[in-house]
Design a protein around this ligand. Structure first.
Ligand code: MTE
Ligand code: MO
Length: 335
């Protein structure tokens, strides 16, 4: 998502970021079914129309890839080279997962719920479908949706048509696209995307910590104008309102600060209305540069749980969860 798209409350579909591990599958709605099985009393198989007939909920949700910010780490982990653009906010419409799991009769012995997508590929030397699991208490959250619409239209192929999981507050990989099977498991899932990928570790041999919810982050719409070739930005001296968005999967955004001197001095930004809980919150700050020359603009968010963005993020092998403050170098000009 180009950062100027932070201006939209809801990201237009073509500006929402995309992450696709393998190929985008072509799915025929007529042959597609969602099956629910494993440790349940009754196996269920549903057509898209049957899912659409169930109770529907629309939630505005900010989704961010766990690898957002990876390209700023050094040495640079080899994977999607995201700067800061792997985020977007959409209105997801679907049916709550909880009702479906209750109807299927989820057994108390189930330790995890597995979500399997249709797409296949090879990763870490293993041929696989894209699959991720959640503990039952997370999967049963009221806000967890089986979504068939994005911004009021059927899911486009690249965002998971005909159905995807949406788990508000969690990093992107949790939101399994092209969903076709839900399995209640008696043992924790040990597939690649759970046991190898999406873990915070320093060495390949380490078990590491699984990534779960999004750490707080704020981003600004870079002010001024870019140079076509170098992308260096210039801003004319005079009053300027810097605007942006902030979010966290760990608590509501309570504070955003802005700095026009590389993070030496900070001022509180004005926050927009609190979000309904799962969407980013807008913020703005007045800035009036007088002197021509280079400056570095920064912003920093703090959530209700007291988590704040660090000035420098710790390195990890996969390059995940780098939520260091955004730094936007600009040159102030008198013309
Ligand atoms: N089936 C499947 N689901 C998937 C993925 C995938 O490659 N296959 N990518 C995941 C990752 S890593 C992210 S960040 C989000 C991206 O969702 P989006 O492309 O709709 O923005 O989808 C997740 N769900
Ligand atoms: Mo991701």
């Amino acid at each position: 998502m180009p950062l100027e798209a932070l201006s939209h409350d809801v990201t237009p579909v073509g500006l929402h970021y995309l992450l696709v591990h393998y190929d985008i599958p072509l799915i025929d709605e007529k042959e597609w079914r969602l099956s629910v099985g494993g440790l349940v009393d009754r196996e269920v198989s549903l057509k898209l129309a049957e899912l659409r007939d169930r109770p529907a909920v629309t939630l505005t949700v900010t989704m961010e890839c766990a690898g957002n910010g990876r390209a700023a780490l050094s040495p640079r982990p080899i994977s999607q080279p995201w700067l800061l653009e792997a985020v977007g906010t959409a209105e997801w419409t679907g049916t709550p997962l909880r009702g479906l799991l209750e109807e299927a009769g989820l057994k108390p012995e189930a330790v995890e719920i597995l979500f399997s997508g249709r797409d296949r590929g090879v990763e870490g030397g293993e041929a696989q479908q894209f699959e991720r699991s959640l503990p039952p208490e997370e999967a049963l959250g009221d806000e967890v949706l089986l979504a068939y619409e994005m911004n009021g239209s059927p899911l486009p192929p690249q965002h998971g048509f005909p159905l995807r999981l949406v788990v508000p507050g969690w990093y992107g990989m949790t939101n399994v696209k092209w969903l076709e099977r839900i399995t209640a498991l008696e043992r924790p899932f040990s597939g690649y995307q759970q046991a190898q990928g999406y873990r915070l570790r320093q060495d390949p041999g380490e078990e590491g910590e699984p990534l779960t919810r999004m750490l707080p982050r704020s981003l600004m719409v870079p002010p001024g104008i870019p140079d076509f070739g170098t992308r260096e930005r210039t801003v004319r001296a005079g009053p300027c309102t810097v605007r942006g968005r902030a979010w966290s999967g760990l608590g509501a955004i309570e504070r955003v600060e802005f700095s026009a001197d590389g993070g030496a001095a900070w001022a509180d930004a004005r926050l927009g209305p609190p979000s309904d809980g799962w969407a980013w919150r807008s913020w703005e700050c007045e800035w009036e540069p007088h002197e021509p020359g280079p400056v570095e603009l920064c912003c920093r968010a703090t959530d209700a749980a007291g988590n704040t963005q660090p000035l420098e993020a710790p390195w990890n092998l996969g390059g995940y969860a780098n939520n260091a403050v955004q730094r936007v170098p600009v040159t102030v000009t008198s013309e």
